[in-house]
Write a protein that binds this ligand. Structure first.
Ligand SMILES: *[C@@H]1O[C@H](CO)[C@@H](O)[C@H](O)[C@H]1NC(C)=O
Length: 235
């Protein structure tokens, strides 16, 4: 009697210690997804729509969005009320500046397993050349892989804008060959085509997606992300 109550006390003590540790381990093991971009990532609702896709697939409990930002500026109301609002979207920012000055530190502060990014619109608006923008893309992939050699990368074809669209088309035309050239088994790159079928009527202000535009982006990015998540979780 006495002996068994000691055993059960030890069992309880063990559980009391193991509980929080196990929770912490589960948190740490969550797959980390960084939505990276400019205002088309920050002040839009496609992030929340993609989260709904994760939730509908039963995967939301095993993933988290990461980044230095934690915001919902458009007051998006997806089906999943408690969607993860972390992201690395920065309104007005250039791919070139993010590559040269910021991404390495962001990935140090909030490490990621998967990065999904759309960038280049502001570089085009500021007259940067396609070559310089693609060099920034290459630099970003190098930084991602230095941070995590197994980084899984989704690069978006950039949505159209109602002005300067030639520059955006020029980036998009380069992305497929660029991605194939840098692709690897350990750190795959896949392309989310957010351009085809996206018209200027899917923009709310000539630059940012309206609700229909958000839906297009989510429909192109989400399935690729789900596939990466399932691969990573071994499902
Ligand atoms: C990169 O390789 C993966 C297979 O590892 C493939 O599914 C994907 O389409 C490739 N990406 C590009 C841009 O060719």
């Amino acid at each position: 009697m006495h002996f068994s109550s000691i055993l059960s006390a030890a069992g309880l003590a063990g559980m009391a210690v193991a509980g929080p540790v196990q929770v912490a381990e589960r948190q740490a093991q969550k797959l980390r997804i960084m939505p990276l971009g400019d205002s088309i990532t920050e002040i839009t609702c496609w992030r929340s729509m993609v989260w709904d896709q994760l939730a509908e697939a039963g995967l939301a409990g095993q993933v988290q969005y990461v980044g230095s930002q934690n915001s919902n500026p458009q007051n998006c109301k997806p089906n999943t009320a408690n969607w993860d609002q972390h992201h690395e979207g920065h309104s007005g920012w250039l791919a070139i500046d993010i590559a040269n000055n910021y991404l390495a530190n962001w990935l140090k502060s909030t490490p990621a397993d998967i990065v999904m990014f759309m960038l280049g619109t502001n570089d085009v608006f500021r007259g940067r050349t396609t070559n310089d923008i693609m060099a920034a893309y290459t630099k970003m992939v190098g930084i991602m892989r230095a941070a995590n050699p197994k980084m899984k990368i989704i690069v978006d074809l950039v949505i159209p804008a109602s002005f300067n669209n030639n520059g955006i088309q020029a980036i998009n035309a380069r992305i497929p060959e660029w991605a194939r050239g840098l692709n690897s088994t350990e750190s795959p790159i896949v392309i989310a085509d957010c351009y085809t079928g996206f018209s200027t009527s899917d923009l709310r202000d000539g630059v940012h997606p309206s609700l229909s535009g958000d839906r297009i982006i989510a429909s192109r990015v989400g399935p690729l992300l789900l596939s990466y998540v399932r691969q990573s979780l071994g499902q």
